[in-house]
Ligand binder design. Sequence first.
Ligand code: TXA
Ligand code: MG
Length: 350
Amino acid sequence: METKILRMDIEHISTEDLAQAGAVIRDGGLVAFPTETVYGLGGDALNPESSRKIYAAKGRPSDNPLIVHIADMEQLGYIVEEIPEGVEKLALEFWPGPLTMIMKKSSVVPLQTTGGLDTVAVRMPSHPVAREFIRAAGGYVAAPSANISGKPSPTTAKYVIQDMDGRIDMIIDADGVEIGLESTIVDMTGEVPMILRPGFITLEMLSKVIGPVEMDVALLNIDSTAKPKAPGMKYRHYAPKGELVIVEGEPEQVVSYINQACKEHVAQGKRTGIIGTQESISQYKADCVKCAGSRADADAIARQLYTFLREFDDEGVEFIYSEAFDVGEKGQAIMNRLLKAAGHKIIFLN
Ligand code: TXA
Ligand code: MG
């Protein structure tokens, strides 16, 4: 299949290009598009055949449900059984934005889209291209992240093309993918809302609006063997080709541990990579050293993490070490992704 690549300017979105992209979705095709979190791989959420194609293009197990993206609040009622009060409140505060809410699905949403579940995950992205594209596509776009299953989610069109060229009909390339980690997912079907995937919208931010919110216990404990409630969270994910290890401890100890480990790999002719922070970066020695920004700046770390993991692949790095990031509640989202990318390999130095 030939994949058409459409470059869009977020300041001047071409209505012709949008109509073309929307028509692909309405005809049952697939279009990758930018959102403020990561690129999505979109298909018509109400067409079971489109969902089947999404799973095939990603190489994703079909029991892993997709998020349905909408552009306007009026669209929500059609795809859910009812809109809980908490959803309305959270939507007012955080939509459009990086928050996904799970509700009971209505009969119009095919089980192929929800991985066989009777619930549906819904998100209203804020990226201007995403919003206009969803409208042009008919209002309901099912989209997982636009990576091959298991790889880091793409935050630039370059990596969407790397994974999806030849597998889908179209890729929309635009700037503005600024958050860099996938949306927070909160399950609104229980008595107390529960976070199934941490993200930019934190538990504290949610509970300020709706009162008590819980965190899926499987996400809290890094050694946890509990099964996560979001089906997708159980898979190894976001993984670079090289072996990634996280090192936690006092900053000087971390630097000397990582440098020593890299020295040993280099002695064996291996290529090494490090993710460090402004505070420590000048002390590291490896083939590829990446600076995630200041240790206190969770947003900057989040924005760059997946790009770093992809760049290590591009540069053939075989062993990667990363500092642990302990920056408040957003640090939780970063560590959740980093631990999955590392297959939970973490070394505690104290
Ligand atoms: O930021 C994002 O959320 C991006 C952009 C493209 O919007 N999308 C994204 O989709 O990250 P995906 O498919 O890579 O991750 C969706 C996660 C999976 O872990 C899936 O298991 C979970 O959401 N999920 C979807 N529907 C669910 C449901 N009904 N119940 C529980 N978990 C659900
Ligand atoms: Mg994903």
